[in-house]
Write a protein of this length. Structure first.
Lengths: 214, 214
DNA sequence: CAATGAAGGTGACTTAGGTCACCTTAAAAA
DNA sequence: TTTTTAAGGTGACCTAAGTCACCTTCATTG
């Protein structure tokens, strides 16, 4: 049987800034949960019972429209926490956002009952929570900027640049219709814009992947 | 000389849920600041030195695009705190959002140096902060929903309904070009859509104001 | 190997919404 | 009272982007 990393080692490597006492509490009270690729960590209307710290994999956060259309917001990576699970957990409320594992993902689940104590007792935790909020808030603001002030081609460029940054690869394994979905556009439009970008030498198109060159 | 309400009375009436000790600390350390209509409370790139609790007036939060175009996000009213001033204050960072007083406004300024203690010592403060984040986060999500999934006429309806709710009057004192600005559209488009709504009996148009009938 | 399905390409068409030019009307200033 | 200015109305036009229909090209699977 292959040995998987312990909670302690995850915390040590991903959350080094946490004070020792806080680490101890998280190790004692957290449980690891595995999600398959494609599995939902959080669904519109679902009630949260824990806060999630991502320790492995990749999670995609998106908003769902009335007709089932999706709208990509941002990714969560190891070392990130789900801001929404924190807020909702604290207030015991439901969320209006979907979180889906895009790779096999592991999350450290922290029971909501612990939130009060953590906030009060551990300064590094409280900073971590505020930091998380701030970052996600800023991401949402960027999203708003893009959809309200930018045209589709600019949004597409931004999207690809973000994929390149977040996934850390020039070979973007994504189809045109997935992009269209994420941007709430349509495949044909995306294909046409991508071709223009290719002509400008910004990328090269292949079946099932895009080589991002900028 | 007319007597203005004391900090204590503001806190008592607007933040009744705060624990007595917290109220005392805020009264001792907060200072009232007055802003004229039109004055900025916060500007893109400005460094925050205090967190602001609104105690009188009305504040409009908006995002600014590259070409100076504005984009309305939400209002702050007495009893609200500026979520952004809290985050930025804590992290000593700059904000990318504009906050402008639309009416003469008074804010209770809480020095950032106090934030740590408040968070740690007073549960009601920490709840208040989380609540503030959550609400603003939700507002941003609604904004995203609107601009990405809805067409202009739906957005206009939503906008007017929100004005009616937030400002608590059926007589909306606003010009067509102001609306166009807030929605990042153009006056002609808004005028045409408003006329259609009038024909449907949802409102009646006048010079400088709109009677909202729904 | 043939067949099926997913990915992608392309032309023709539609439409919401932005832009331009110019007009009228009401209110405030002079 | 006249003048000026801001608010609003309107037709003509343009364009980005969504939609439809149909095609080609791979890759997988029976």
């Amino acid at each position: 049987m292959s040995k998987e990393p312990s909670i302690a080692s995850y915390i040590e490597s991903l959350f080094p800034s946490f004070e020792p006492e806080l680490k101890r509490v998280l190790i004692e009270n957290g449980t690891l949960k595995t999600f398959d690729a494609g599995e939902m960590l959080m669904q519109t209307g679902q009630n949260m019972r824990s806060t999630i710290l991502i320790v492995e994999g990749l999670v995609k956060l998106y908003r769902e429209g009335d007709e089932g259309n999706e709208f990509f917001m941002y990714y969560l990576q190891p070392g990130n926490a789900c801001a929404l699970s924190m807020i909702c957990a604290t207030r015991q409320e439901t969320s209006q956002v979907m979180a889906k594992a895009v790779e096999p993902t592991k999350g450290l689940m922290i029971p909501i009952s612990l939130m009060d104590t953590l906030m009060k007792e551990y300064k590094t935790w409280y900073y971590f929570v505020l930091e998380t909020y701030r970052n996600r808030f800023e991401e949402l603001l960027t999203v708003i900027d893009n959809i309200s002030f930018k045209s589709m081609d600019e949004r597409l460029e931004f999207y690809l640049a973000k994929q390149y940054r977040d996934l850390n690869t020039r070979k973007l394994q994504i189809t045109h219709s997935e992009i269209a979905n994420d941007l709430n556009s349509s495949r044909e439009v995306i294909s046409r814009l991508l071709k223009k970008m290719e002509q400008r030498g910004e990328l090269s198109l292949h079946r099932n992947y895009i080589s991002y060159l900028k």
